[in-house]
Design a protein around this ligand. Structure first.
Ligand SMILES: Nc1ncnc2c1ncn2[C@@H]1O[C@H](COP(=O)(O)OP(=O)(O)OP(=O)(O)O)[C@@H](O)[C@H]1O
Ligand SMILES: [Mg+2]
Length: 1001
């Protein structure tokens, strides 16, 4: 038997060690100091040795832990007021986790004016580093450099552009967690997220959405919303809970029975005077932390004492016992020497967690006196010491100490603390900068506080922490003097431009320009920044105006100006101008013109425009330009530009053939590089193209991938991804799901003309078109086009071409429609241009202009080429109807081909419409696909007509790709048919040919 010295208090007999008690206090290395007088006697530590009244909660957490160990990870938010026992519950549960080999990482957010980005994660991962658990770089591959944002030792020498998205970082953290404990799994504890920065919350959201198949349990503590800031974290918690990505565990106050249990457990007593229970219940109000505090206060004052193995209470109604927590703290402070009080007050000004080495300079005391004061603070349960240094025992303790200082005391201490911090850390690295700003503010030096926040904001901006940068710089704006106002607004403009807040970027930039006065290089730079924001928002006129001003100012880089101007020209469809400007930019950027350095990023931008222009007419040249940009970007480590170039390369082949293979390769590359936001964009484009080819199943899958990712990472792609899902449903004839997706998209982007326009002109119109209701389809396209063309069109979906064509056939005002589309540069899209060409043919044929109609038809047919077979065949089907009526062209041949095409694809309603038209001509009508016979034995096996067709081609020795081409199907659809044949016949592929030959023979 040995004595448990940690819990010995005055007059208390030694008692046997209590292992659970020792565990519970492992964090708090507090030693009683016997023999001191009662007024300065340390308050004994009262920590409840057992967990009281949380059986159900503990059971749920343990179950989550066990599940995580078997690869079914989750996130749990423990929510409740301060001191309710969130951290304690986690400590209890993770203790057993540690025993079963799980890695436990913990980090917390801290209170303060401007939160440090990613602080909780940084702390958690650093703790893993300290435990020697960090995996080797090989395991993390391309994700290692981005983790440098959290783990300083891993920071690459150069910042990595294009990797600031929460997606990439989230994926990196996920991989790191996976690598930390591949077998047993790990627990990530993130404490006090009501104080967390937005970056931390975004990262947490990503993790929470992606833990289901991981061996990771993420435990988050959060004070109830409304108690302090906490609003955003609380909103995240409920959003995650609503979509099943996290569970909420709400900790309430303890009931009377649990309070009594806890009081007895704290005092290690089987029973206690009823008055003690009553007193504790009245003061602590069900909050475990206050139970401990109230008891500690009673013992310290001698009101509660242990004699002969029993606890005795003096008069508990006497006012000597603190009635509130703040009183309790004040009394403890009053019991300290004036020197010690000063030290503890100074510590409180430095924050809940503080660097004790600053306390000497702040208070003017020598180190031994400071250490003695800290010892007092620890003894009095105000401060705790652990591996990482000192902190106030509880947030409430810290707040109470701070509140106990007189206002002038606080001001003075803050000024001295600022001076000490600056002397100790001249560059104010990391969180020191925001702490210094906070101190300057409290010391009454608003201008200095503002200047420091400006510095902190610029650092956030450089690190890509845009939300924090915005928060910090907005704070700075209200504080800085006139001299720095401009710098703050410049930084804010950049933050807005980079984060896609186009209006705010332009507004701030303009306001700033008004202040800057006469033209200067600084103003020129700002004009370009505004132009970039406008380009991002497709506001070409505004962009152009800003570029013009920049061009007239001295000192701006001509290459940069030209590259920006080229983007604008391309956006407006002025391709020649775009090309000329981009080439000028390229020359200047590559040669390091005008005594400036070479600007590879400007060269990449220029090449991108050159390629995009060339793509309209010369795919070889476009490919060369994009390939050159990719090489240049690779050579200069410009990862964002490299991916952009590769992505453009991926679009090239898609234009050459109907395949989306290259685009899918680009997607795979983006996934491998961890550029998941770009992956979502690529999926969106893949979905768009597949829809254009009416490959609805595959389009739906790609659109869903894009929508899921967009939802998870708050990407602007979400509404369009939903619209593409809706389009795929329209093609499949599923009106209900189509409308659901549209409703979701419109709710997200109620003012987005592109979204609304496509909902009508693309989704709903396609649904009507396939149902054979051409009038309704045209009406919907009219609505859609009206919306889409009400502002300069940023997209040009094929329906913009189909609209005039249908109008021509139905005798609606087709010319005006075509003119509107042309004026909005919709015809830059080849499909649109070609469809309008068919419309021209129909119009020309009406007054008997046979030759004009036929030549317009041929031109359109050539222009459409083999790119978009569905639209080509459908255009022919529409043109044939007009040609039949007006007597021009070769409608019978067109209809035959179209009907075969649609029948082969399974678009039976369109095929039937073609046949109906053919019938009108008196020409022989091919039988619909379904009438053809499936050989009896095959029919018996349930083989469908389409599968039988595939089987015939397999028998001819064709590969899937060739069969796909022959049948106008996607290779994947063919694969599906073959797979189905193998199942139904029970044969292997090699055997199919012989089997089929046998049947036909
Ligand atoms: N169920 C419990 N049984 C016994 N002791 C408890 C219980 N809950 C909390 N305590 C004790 O109460 C004190 C406060 O608890 P804890 O620090 O976990 O609160 P918290 O909810 O994390 O507060 P904060 O929001 O301030 O971080 C601790 O000393 C803890 O040991
Ligand atoms: Mg806590």
């Amino acid at each position: 038997m040995h004595v448990c010295t940690r819990h010995r208090w005055r007059g208390r007999p030694a008692r046997p060690a209590n292992p659970s008690r020792r565990e519970a206090t492992a964090d708090y290395l507090v030693w009683a100091k016997p023999g001191r007088r009662a007024d300065t006697d340390p308050v004994p530590q009262v920590l409840c040795p057992v967990l009281v009244g949380r059986d159900e909660e503990a059971r749920r957490l343990r179950a989550a832990l066990t599940a995580a160990g078997t690869g079914r990870g989750s996130t749990v938010f423990l929510v409740g007021e301060a001191g309710i026992g969130k951290s304690r519950l986690i400590r209890e549960v993770t203790r057993t986790a540690g025993e079963s080999g799980l890695a436990v990482l913990a980090g917390r957010a801290v209170a303060g004016g401007a939160p440090t980005p990613f602080r909780p994660f940084a702390e958690a991962l650093t703790s893993a580093g300290r435990a020697g658990r960090l995996p080797s770089s090989q395991e993390l591959g391309p994700f290692r450099p981005v983790l440098g944002r959290l783990i300083p030792e891993w920071r690459p020498p150069q910042p990595v552009p294009g990797e600031e998205s929460p997606v990439f970082l989230g994926e990196a953290v996920l991989r790191l967690l996976r690598a930390l404990a591949p077998q047993a799994g790990c627990v990530l504890v993130l404490e006090d997220l009501h104080w967390a920065d937005q970056e931390t919350l975004a990262l947490l959201e990503y993790l929470a959405d992606n833990l289901t198949a991981e061996r990771v349990l993420c435990l988050v503590t959060l004070r109830e919303a409304g108690y302090e800031q906490g609003g955003e974290a609380a909103a995240l918690a409920s959003a995650l809970a609503a979509r099943g990505s996290a569970a909420l565990l709400s900790l309430g106050r303890l009931g009377p029975a649990a309070m009594a249990d806890m009081t007895r457990a704290c005092l290690d007593a089987a029973d206690l005077p009823a008055a003690v229970h009553e007193f504790v219940a009245g003061r602590a109000e069900g909050i475990p932390f206050l139970v401990e505090e109230v008891l500690a206060g009673l013992i310290a004052e001698g009101t509660l004492a242990e004699r002969d193995g029993r606890w005795h209470a003096a008069d508990l109604s006497a006012p000597g016992v603190p009635a509130t927590f703040a009183d309790a703290i004040r009394r403890r402070l009053d019991g300290m020497s004036a020197e010690s009080r000063r030290v503890i007050g100074a510590a409180a000004v430095l924050g809940r967690r503080f660097d004790w080495t600053l306390l000497g300079p702040v208070t003017g005391l020598a180190d031994p006196a400071v250490v003695a004061a800290l010892r007092d603070g620890v003894g009095l349960q105000l401060v705790v010491a652990n591996r990482d240094g000192f902190r106030f025992r509880h947030a409430l303790t810290h707040e109470a100490v701070l509140a106990g200082l007189l206002p002038p005391e606080r001001t003075m201490l803050a000024g001295q603390a600022l001076a000490a911090a600056e002397a100790a850390h001249p560059d104010l690295p990391g969180a020191w900068c925001t702490l210094a700003a906070d101190l300057a503010g409290r010391a009454g030096d608003a201008a200095r506080a503002g200047a420091l926040l400006l510095e902190a904001g610029r650092r956030d901006l450089a690190a890509g922490a845009l939300a924090s940068a915005e928060h910090t710089l907005t704070g700075a704006r209200g504080l800085v003097g006139p001299a720095l106002q401009t710098s703050v607004d410049e930084a804010l403009t950049e933050v807005f431009a980079m984060s896609g807040q186009v209006d705010r970027a332009i507004e701030t930039g303009r306001m700033l320009l008004a202040r800057l006065g006469p033209p200067s290089p600084r103003a020129a730079h700002l004009h370009l920044e505004i132009a970039r924001a406008a380009i991002a928002g497709a506001r070409w006129a505004e962009a152009a105006a800003s570029i013009e001003v920049a061009r007239e100012s001295a000192g701006a880089s001509a290459a940069q100006i030209d590259a920006c101007a080229a983007q604008v020209a391309a956006g407006r469809g002025r391709l020649e101008e775009a090309d000329r400007l981009a080439r000028a930019a390229l020359r200047a950027a590559e040669s390091g013109h005008e005594g400036q350095r070479a600007q590879p990023e400007v060269a990449c931008e220029a090449l991108e425009v050159i390629g995009r222009v060339a793509r309209q007419r010369d795919l070889e040249a476009a490919e060369q330009a994009f390939a050159r940009a990719a090489d240049l970007a690779a050579a200069h480590g410009l990862r964002l530009w490299r991916l952009r170039a590769l992505h453009e390369l991926g679009t090239i082949d898609q234009l050459r053939t109907e395949s989306v293979d290259r685009l899918e390769q680009a997607r795979e590359l983006a996934v491998a590089q961890g550029a998941l936001a770009l992956t979502a964009t690529l999926d969106l484009q893949i979905a768009a193209r597949l829809n254009k080819q009416f490959r609805a199943d595959e389009a739906l899958a790609a659109a869903r991938r894009s929508a899921d990712a967009s939802r998870r990472f708050h990407l602007a792609t979400l509404p369009m991804a939903l619209i593409f899902e809706a389009t795929a449903h329209a093609i499949r004839g599923e009106e209900g799901p189509m409308e659901d997706r549209i409703a979701e998209a419109v709710a997200l982007a109620p003012d987005d003309q592109d979204v609304l326009g496509c909902a009508w002109g693309h989704c709903r119109a396609t649904f009507c078109l396939l149902a054979g209701d051409l009038g309704a389809a045209h009406a919907r396209m009219t609505t859609g086009a009206g919306l889409l063309l009400s502002s300069p069109a940023t997209i040009a979906p094929p329906f913009l071409g189909l609209w005039p064509l249908l109008g021509a056939l139905l005798g609606r005002d087709s010319d005006a429609a075509a003119a509107r589309v042309r004026a909005a540069h919709g015809t830059r899209h080849l499909v649109v241009a070609a469809l309008i060409g068919y419309a021209d043919a129909v119009c020309a044929g009406r007054p008997g202009g046979t030759a004009a109609a036929e030549s317009a038809f041929d031109a359109a047919d050539r222009q459409m080429g083999p790119l978009v077979a569905w639209y080509r065949q459908y255009a022919r089907r529409l043109a044939a109807e007009a040609a039949l009526a007006d007597g021009w062209g070769e409608p019978v041949a067109w209809l035959r081909e179209a009907s075969a095409y649609f029948a082969a694809r399974g678009d039976d309603r369109v095929a039937a419409a073609c046949r109906a038209l053919l019938r009108r001509t008196g020409a022989p009508v091919p039988r619909p696909a379904g009438d053809r016979d499936v050989p009896g034995p095959l029919r018996a096996l349930g083989v469908t007509e389409r599968e039988a067709d595939v089987l015939r081609l397999v028998a001819q020795g064709l590969g899937n790709r060739e069969i796909a081409e022959r049948m106008f199907l996607s290779p994947r659809t063919v694969e599906k048919h073959v797979a189905s044949l193998l199942v139904k016949t029970g044969l292997r592929r090699g055997q199919l040919a012989g089997y089929s030959a046998g049947l036909d023979g």
